[in-house]
Design a protein around this ligand. Structure first.
Ligand code: IPM
Ligand code: MG
Length: 353
């Protein structure tokens, strides 16, 4: 059966890294048909809409989606509705991609690239499971209003219902079962009622997963523990905004956010795959971007949505091989290694395959 993959290059470095990832995908000789569409700032420029109807329709009918990155200074002044980020958030919510998996793995070859001491990060292998379609990102009411005294007030709503918490909780417990069987749920239950409920629901769920050890941590402490002793974590589950913040911190433990893929899945395992990093407008179009996070996102796509785990293993092994060869883009460069361009890195992965 032919699988349909929709490619959404997006903005900034998005097109260059996606080109390399598609090249790698093409080398595998799988029965995959690739289509592409506009999203983010490039879609705003072409159609006025960060998520055009045509893109959304293609995304709905695809078996999996590969996204580069969205955003850039060009659109920063746009009203909320026509900001590139709205395209990404719209895809997540329209397709109900509620479960976001963000692994943070330290490749032994890159231990030097981390800003933390090698003994603190060596062997690091964390999985952050972030709720992606609820919480304060989507809660209503939201806006900026003018009070009677003429002063403006901005407001958002942090809300989760039980079923939203339960479905992300299940994903996290199941992921923990397949790994180290330890799950840490991160909340702010000393202040926010919504996360008191979050914690309660996680406790209820824990009864169904007796083989997983559940713990709880307040988000401020979790941020501190991530940089103090990150290896204490196996799987972390948290809400949308805390997950956004903690996953950037976790990514940086590994030396470069340029290495980390992510998967965003719906209840049936259909997913959108994207690098954890952003559109890096400052280096866009210069061949400096690291395509490995996007290439590794293709591996996640093959494993989670397309049932091609052998091909996924091959990509991950090829990435290991190019790192062993000492090839590095600027973000992971260290002494004695060879600096390569985005395209050269993609070619090296293809050669290693
Ligand atoms: C991410 C990004 C997005 C988010 C932005 C681009 C809207 O930071 O995927 O982590 O906040 O979720
Ligand atoms: Mg983020």
């Amino acid at each position: 059966m032919t699988n349909n993959v929709l490619v959404l290059p997006g903005d900034g470095i998005g097109p260059e890294i996606v080109t390399e990832a598609v090249k790698v995908l093409g080398t595998l000789n799988l029965d995959i048909e690739i289509d592409s569409a506009l999203v983010g700032g490039s879609a705003v420029d072409a159609t006025g809409n960060p998520l055009p109807e045509e893109t959304l329709n293609k995304a709905r009918s695809a078996d999996a989606i590969l996204l580069g990155a969205v955003g850039g200074p060009k659109w920063d002044g746009n009203p909320m509705e026509s900001r590139p980020e709205k395209g990404l958030l719209g895809l997540r919510s329209e397709l109900e991609l509620f479960a976001n998996f963000r692994p943070a793995i330290l490749y032994p070859q890159l231990a030097e690239a981390s800003t933390l001491k090698p003994e603190v990060v060596s062997g690091l292998d964390i999985l952050i499971v972030r709720e992606l379609t609820g919480g304060i990102y989507f809660g209503q009411p939201r806006g900026i209003r003018t009070l009677e005294n003429g002063e403006r007030e901005g407001y958002n709503t942090y809300v989760y219902n039980e079923s939203e918490i339960r479905r992300i909780g299940r994903q996290a417990f199941e992921a923990a079962q397949k790994r180290g069987k330890r799950l840490c749920s991160v909340d702010k239950s000393n202040v926010l009622e919504v996360t008191v409920l979050w914690k309660e629901v996680m406790e209820e769920l824990a009864k169904e997963y007796p083989d997983v050890e559940l713990s709880h941590m307040l988000v401020d402490n979790a941020a501190m523990q991530l940089v103090r002793a990150p290896k204490q974590f196996d799987v972390v589950v948290t809400g949308n905004m805390f997950g956004d913040i903690l996953s950037d911190a976790a990514a940086m433990l590994t030396g470069s956010i340029g290495m980390l893929p992510s998967a965003s899945l719906d209840k049936d395992g259909k997913g959108m795959y994207e690098p954890c990093h952003g559109s890096a407008p400052d280096i866009a179009g210069q061949g400096k971007a690291n395509p490995l996070a996007t290439i590794l996102s293709v591996a996640m796509m093959l494993r989670y949505s397309l049932d091609e785990s052998a091909a996924a293993d091959r990509i991950e092994a090829a990435v290991q091989k190019v790192l062993d060869q000492g090839l590095r883009t600027g973000d992971i460069m260290s002494e004695g290694c060879t600096l390569v361009s985005t395209e050269e890195m993609g070619d090296a992965v293809v050669a290693a395959l």
